[in-house]
Design a protein around this ligand. Structure first.
Ligand code: F3S
Length: 280
């Protein structure tokens, strides 16, 4: 039996960096993460075992160190932390940080800021804070029609949520041009998601069974599973090795494995060890 493991399986650079930073603070008293560090119960539980819990707002707990997750936050959080004497451990993904800088600079120059993204996503809420919460957040080209953008003497900057689909952003660019809006577009889409999605399709097409490892709460893992199902009938979405049974692999010659951006390497390794055991 052959096992094909996706090169892009598991943590992206930004998530790995944030999780590593959180574990570095494991022995420090009074350390909290601002929201769950990632959508993965295994990682959250293991941080909780080491005394690091997520909080939703500053003020609920006696916080000494506050870890900002890879999604980033509004400047308000840094200000509030400083006022309360909290040490901020900034694990914002550098790619997200770059968006904060663009948005702040352009906002200060008087530009209106348009973000292509989901208004409820923490990354977008954080970015919005860098323009004093004045951003126009559009989920698709249709949403643009509801906006009252000024056509005279007003310039705009368009950026995108790092995990947004390029096609949707391209359509937004097209409509802004049609409307005659004076804007600059900075492509802030991160390739990590796209590459992972392309690879799952490529592997699912050539295997008998495809395993997608990730939490049911992780939307990027679910998306991988949906893509896998389109190309491999025997696709399974599993949280960890305890959900596997050797019967799933009867008469199977090739197995593919991928994992969402929030799936730890240990979960992937346990599944590989399980498969190696049943094939020997
Ligand atoms: Fe950063 Fe891209 Fe991951 S923006 S958090 S490396 S998906």
């Amino acid at each position: 039996m052959e096992i094909i493991i996706a090169k892009t399986a598991g943590f992206c650079f930004g998530v790995k960096r944030a999780v590593d930073m959180a574990f570095e603070y494991a022995s420090s008293q009074g350390t909290y993460t601002y929201g769950p560090i990632i959508h993965n119960e295994v990682v959250i539980k293991s941080l909780e075992d080491k005394g690091i819990k997520p909080i939703e707002t500053i003020g609920d707990e006696p916080v000494k160190n506050l870890i900002i997750r890879s999604h980033g936050v509004s400047p308000k959080v840094y200000i509030e932390g400083k006022e309360k004497g909290i040490a901020i451990v900034d694990a914002t993904c550098p790619y997200v940080k770059k968006i904060h800088r663009y948005v702040q600079q352009y906002f200060e120059k008087g530009y209106g800021i348009i973000i292509a993204g989901n208004k409820d996503h923490p990354e977008i809420q954080g970015i919005n804070g860098w323009a004093n919460e004045s951003c126009f957040i559009v989920k698709d080209k249709e949403a643009l029609n509801e906006l009252q953008l000024e056509h005279t003497n007003k310039k705009y900057l368009l950026v995108a949520q790092t995990t947004y689909k390029k096609q949707v952003v391209d359509e937004i660019v097209g409509v802004l041009k049609e409307k005659g809006i004076d804007f600059e577009y900075i492509n802030t889409i991160c390739n990590a998601t796209k590459e992972r999605q392309e690879e799952v399709v490529e592997i699912a097409k050539q295997v008998d069974v495809m395993l997608v490892l990730g939490s049911k709460k992780s939307s990027n893992s679910l998306k991988l599973f949906e893509l896998s199902q389109r190309h491999c009938d025997k696709s399974y979405f599993i949280g960890d090795v305890s959900e596997l049974m050797s019967e799933l692999f009867n008469d199977c010659e090739k197995i593919g494995i991928t994992a969402g951006a929030s799936t730890p390497a240990s979960v992937i390794q346990e599944v590989i060890s399980f498969l190696e055991k049943i094939t020997h």
